[in-house]
Design a protein. Structure first.
Length: 81
């Protein structure tokens, strides 16, 4: 993923989190523009599957124990200043 895509995903997650904290789903259904709600209803299944697959991929990567780095040149060892 490029830096731009990473920033885009972070922005979307932040925006959705802010919206979820500002109102309940029932309040959103009452308050949001009907055209926006229709777009959400139409696009969410695809978006939800994509996000779920990304989450599962990350979860698999994170469920195993940490391992020692193989590339010694990038490891920081610390040292005297």
């Amino acid at each position: 993923m490029s830096d731009n895509q990473s920033e885009q995903l972070l922005g979307v997650v932040d925006a959705l989190d802010a919206l979820s904290r500002s109102c309940s789903p029932a309040e959103a259904a009452e308050r949001l523009d009907p055209v926006v709600l229709q777009a959400f209803w139409r696009e969410w299944p695809h978006t939800s599957v994509w996000a779920g697959n990304l989450w599962r991929t990350l979860n698999l990567d994170l469920e195993g124990p940490a391992s020692e780095r193989q590339d010694r040149e990038v490891d920081e060892v610390g040292g005297s200043g």
